[in-house]
Design a protein. Structure first.
Length: 406
């Protein structure tokens, strides 16, 4: 069974759901478990250690312990990968004689979710149907839409939560469009959202709209990179895609908040299915699991907002993920900036293209969404670790080599 879509839409601070939000939560849990220890240690493994400095992993954990005025040492093991997940961390507690009193290994599996060796899910599971094919059959049998299935499972209270999610998404866009200057980190990357937004308003027609979708996505992604408040959709690194598409449709097509919330419900269901049947963690399957899933979510949401059938929505989501298969996660300097920010902008534009393409069709196609999810999982399994959020391959290595030459 799958968890609530609340686990897809988590409100928190960037720059990384798996490298900052997750480890921070794990630290809080361990302190509750051992509140009276004399000292503590945490060991970071694999991807979590390889790009932890750029993602502020140590800072996020240390802040939790400093708030409680508890001593902590941090150990980094980037070349050691634990079997269950690439994002692993082990906490240790010690008494006054420095004798170990407890140890706990946790895994940050994406979207800020934490599990351990004894749990599969972080929260209570609520969805009995775990494939889109099963859900489509339910919708067809009951004459209902995908968002109605979400309401049927989660109850009417889900709308209150999604109202809060949409409010935070819009706030992130607004703040991101107002901010200028340089993003934190060694890359000294200038923000672009504000200038793109200004230029977009001076254009008209197709050029204006395409520029605006870029500006919206950049605004959220830059807020995330700066440690601002965003909504995981499904992760921090891919948080700009869905809000950009929803804001675009709201702005240009006078769409009501009620319809936006229904689109959020459908998009959350799509993200949930990928998380349950494959992964949304860049450290486990590469960026196809983050930006690819975000594009699938946004594609589904857009198609629903433009009146697509449940089968056209499935087709749109399928293309959103299919067209990102094999996408590596190779962030330069371990920061959620290059190529992450631009990928959000182009994935948002792709989602709108998928919507147009699908609405021209009757919804029939050969490869199902569920099959693409399986293919993505297998592709992620086959990708070497250097392409899964370790910054030891791809763009990260070539950029590093160039800097050494300079």
């Amino acid at each position: 069974m799958m968890e609530s879509i609340r686990e897809i839409y988590k409100i928190g601070s960037g720059p990384s759901s798996s490298h900052t939000m997750g480890p921070k939560k794990a630290a809080e849990l361990f302190i509750k478990r051992q509140p009276d220890a004399a000292s503590y240690k945490v060991t970071l493994y694999g991807s979590l250690a390889a790009t932890g400095k750029g993602h502020l992993t140590d800072y996020a954990i240390e802040q939790v312990f400093e708030k409680k005025q508890l001593p902590l040492s941090v150990e980094w093991k980037p070349d050691e990968f634990l079997p269950r997940h690439s994002n692993a961390l082990t906490f240790y507690s010690f008494d006054a004689d420095n004798k170990e009193t407890d140890r706990w290994t946790a895994y940050s599996v994406g979207g800020g979710t934490i599990i351990d060796d004894f749990t599969q899910d972080e929260t209570k599971t609520v969805y009995e149907l775990t494939t889109l094919d099963e859900i489509l059959k339910w919708c067809d049998t009951n004459g209902k839409h995908l968002w109605e299935y979400v309401e049927d499972v989660e109850g009417p209270e889900i709308w209150t939560y999604l109202e809060k999610v949409w409010k935070v998404m819009k706030s992130a866009i607004k703040k991101g469009l107002d901010e200028e200057g340089v993003l934190p980190g060694a890359l000294k990357l200038p923000r672009k959202a504000a200038s793109y937004y200004t230029k977009a308003k001076n254009f008209s027609g197709r050029m204006e709209r395409r520029s605006m979708i870029f500006a919206y996505a950049l605004a959220v992604s830059e807020q995330n990179a700066a440690g601002g408040t965003i909504v995981t959709a499904p992760t921090c690194g891919a948080s700009g895609v869905l809000p950009a598409v929803l804001k675009f449709v709201e702005s240009y097509y006078e769409t009501s908040d009620k319809k936006i919330l229904r689109a959020l419900a459908t998009a959350g269901l799509i993200g949930n299915l990928v998380k349950y049947n494959a992964s949304i963690s860049g450290a486990e399957v590469g960026c196809q699991g983050e930006v690819g899933t975000a594009c699938a979510m946004a594609s589904a949401a857009a198609t629903q907002l433009f009146g697509g059938t449940i089968y056209q929505i499935e087709y749109s989501a399928e293309m959103g993920l299919e067209h990102h298969l094999g996408l590596t996660c190779d962030p330069i300097a371990g920061l959620v900036q290059i190529p992450c920010i631009e990928r959000n902008a182009f994935a948002a534009a792709r989602a709108l293209n998928h919507n147009t393409y699908v609405l021209l069709s009757d919804g029939r196609h050969r490869i199902t969404f569920d099959e693409v999810v399986k293919a993505m999982k297998q592709t992620g399994h086959d990708l070497p670790n250097i392409y899964k959020e370790t910054s030891t391959g791809g763009l990260a290595v070539f950029h590093q080599a160039r800097n050494m030459m300079d």
